[in-house]
Design a protein around this ligand. Structure first.
Ligand code: SIN
Ligand code: FE2
Length: 216
């Protein structure tokens, strides 16, 4: 008699728990990859990547832009969300529908249904770029999760706790992976150490990170 489980092929677990309320969804962005990369090209044609300056006067190694009703910006006067791109003086490009579909799909897989972000921060890491440990806390409504999409070169994701010096766990982020954190881990410290040299077959010599938020 054939066994009921004969046809089940073991897969890598697509859900990797990171902390309470936080999960890594391996490859969850791959079905959206083509549309998202095409839309990204249209966004950066309107609001190009730029290296912003921190309130302390340091130029960030990660280049950034945004799309959506609001964009995250930093300059000498502080961190904030702004409806306009300070470089162009015009509103940030609208959030493409493919971005919405990806954010909604990943958030619901992670247990946060109905996520409709109004901001997407787009980070570009070239080899050597890094993002030091920080909390995402400039958003008004912290009941929304953060949905963070990795495309291109692999990176290490550092995920800590509510306090800067809490122990840190490290996760390898690859092309198509999506990290989602919310609820009890919404304000957990996180960062990305220096990106290693490399070349990705579709994205090139860089890593792109899309971070979706409910900001306004
Ligand atoms: C961020 O914290 O804004 C970006 C995280 C990442 O690049 O994975
Ligand atoms: Fe962040």
């Amino acid at each position: 008699m054939s066994d009921l489980f004969d046809n089940i092929i073991p897969l890598d677990p697509p859900f990797e728990p990171m902390a309470q309320g936080a999960v890594l969804l391996r490859g969850a962005a791959l079905p959206f990859e083509k549309d998202v990369l095409a839309a990204l090209n249209r966004i950066v044609a309107q609001s190009p990547f730029r290296h912003m300056v921190t309130p302390g006067g340091f130029t960030m190694s990660v280049a950034m832009t945004n799309c959506g009703a609001a964009g995250w910006v930093t300059d000498r006067s502080g961190y904030r969300y702004d409806r306009d791109d300070p470089e162009t003086g015009r509103p940030w490009p609208a959030m493409p529908e493919s971005f919405h579909e990806l954010a909604l799909s990943a958030a619901s897989l992670a247990g946060y249904p109905g996520f409709r972000p109004d901001a997407c921060l787009i980070n570009r890491y070239e080899p050597g770029a890094r993002l030091s440990l920080h909390q995402d806390k400039n958003e008004r409504d912290l009941t929304n999760p953060i949905v963070s999409v990795s495309l291109g070169l692999p990176a290490i994701f550092q995920f800590g706790g509510l306090k800067r010096n809490d122990p840190i766990r490290k996760f390898a982020l690859r092309h198509g992976d999506v990290a989602v954190w919310g609820g009890p881990s919404r304000l957990f410290y996180h960062g990305v150490p220096e990106l290693k040299e490399g070349m990705h077959e579709t994205v090139g010599r860089m890593r792109i990170n899309l971070t979706f938020r409910g900001a306004l």
